[in-house]
Design a protein around this ligand. Structure first.
Ligand SMILES: [Zn+2]
Length: 109
């Protein structure tokens, strides 16, 4: 049985930075997206470092939010359904979410 604050992927203590950035599972997904987050040491830094090299803040924010949202969903799939989602599954869900969001907000994209 896992402790409430134990990461479901690596058994380290799970906090916000671990879940989204420093967990080996999250790092593997960021690398799959070809985004370097190895220098990120807190969540605010993620928004300032601009790993996407995207100058449009609305696009940058939408993509980063989407990636974080889908890392969160992957974590929940592991905890609640014992599912190990592949990087391609998570990436496909990101693509679908961004497509949906782009229809919602024509000014953001
Ligand atoms: Zn972990």
């Amino acid at each position: 049985m896992r402790a409430d604050d134990q990461c479901p992927f690596c058994s380290e203590r799970e906090d916000c930075l671990h879940l989204f950035i420093s967990c080996p599972r999250a790092r593997n997904f960021w690398a799959y997206l070809n985004l370097d987050v190895t220098s990120i040491s807190n969540m605010e830094q993620l928004w300032h470092e601009n790993p996407l090299q995207e100058p449009n803040q609305n696009i940058r924010t939408a993509i980063l939010t989407c990636v974080l949202w889908n890392i969160w969903k992957s974590r929940n799939a592991k905890i609640f359904r014992s599912q190990d989602e592949s990087n391609s599954q998570i990436s496909a869900r990101c693509r679908d979410d961004l497509l949906l969001w782009s229809h919602r907000s024509k000014t953001a994209f």
